[in-house]
Design a protein around this ligand. Structure first.
Ligand SMILES: C[S@@+](CC[C@H](N)C(=O)[O-])C[C@H]1O[C@@H](n2cnc3c(N)ncnc32)[C@H](O)[C@@H]1O
Length: 247
């Protein structure tokens, strides 16, 4: 199951060290997730387990990670072997996952933005819905498709920019380019544009009762360390977004 992420797994892991990851991405994610105490949790597109491990540390009960890249899963399993947390990692494709359990929470950071068509998005949402208990929640961090391309360069000081080769329409690739500061090396990968209305359609179609969109928020620690002004461009252009769906 070779994927592009096999070749960028190590570099992607480094990109997780950028300050915006901790002070905005993780802070917004955990804000949406709330108390994890003993809840069962399925982490889809878990990558090398960056968040998967944190969910367990924050008190989640059963934790399962699913990821399509063999290299990413290998890194996750290495970490699990080094410091066992009783996390199960499964090599698999969310499109073909089916029902593997009945979880309190299904979570995913940057999964839905890999859907290239509304049919693919629907399929992902069906896998998510099938693995949730009634009353369970799906929480995700995703590319914000509502960000106007005119502000795609505004995030350069946070370590990444986006670009497009053609005007935005359903399925247009949006290229993320990260600069990894210790090496000045660049890391690029594509997400795919689907409009907010398509997302709303897919969530509703599979049966989610309520959907909440959450703009990024900065942690108090991030404000203290860098100052509010440093984060303002990020907050103004809203490159990423949190979403919570209730079954
Ligand atoms: C941007 S990375 C995010 C990884 C992790 N969630 C994080 O935040 O560190 C996106 C991940 O989605 C995985 N992915 C993409 N499509 C997938 C699919 N259909 N099934 C499972 N994983 C997928 C990729 O291999 C990659 O590891």
């Amino acid at each position: 199951m070779a994927t592009y992420y096999d070749s960028i797994a190590q570099q992607y892991k480094k990109s997780k060290l950028l300050p915006f990851r901790l002070h905005i991405e993780a802070y917004t994610y955990f804000h949406l997730l709330g108390e994890l105490g003993e809840k069962s949790l399925l982490d889809l597109a878990c990558g090398e387990g960056f968040y998967t491990r944190q969910f367990k540390l924050q008190g989640a009960g059963q934790v399962v990670g699913v990821e399509i890249s063999e290299k990413m899963i290998e890194l996750a399993r290495l970490e699990e072997a080094r410091e066992p947390q009783n996390i199960e990692y499964i090599l698999g494709d969310v499109f073909e996952l089916g029902k593997i359990g009945s979880f309190d929470l299904v979570v995913a950071s940057y999964l839905l933005n890999y859907a290239q068509t509304k049919e693919q998005l629907l399929k992902m949402c069906q896998s998510i819905f099938a693995n949730l208990k009634p009353g369970g929640r799906f929480v995700t961090i995703n590319n914000n498709d509502s960000q106007p391309p005119t502000s795609y360069l505004s995030t350069e000081k946070y370590g990444f920019i986006k670009s497009i080769a053609s005007p935005l329409k359903e399925g247009t690739p949006i290229k993320y380019t990260f600069t990894i500061s210790d090496s000045e090396q660049q890391l690029s990968f594509d997400n795919y544009y689907l409009g907010t209305a398509t997302y709303e359609w897919a969530f509703q179609n599979v049966g989610f009762k309520a959907v909440r969109w959450q703009k990024p928020i900065v942690s108090p620690q991030g404000v203290e360390e860098f100052g509010q002004e440093f984060w303002q461009d990020f907050l103004d252009c809203v490159p990423i977004v949190g979403i919570e769906c209730l079954k």
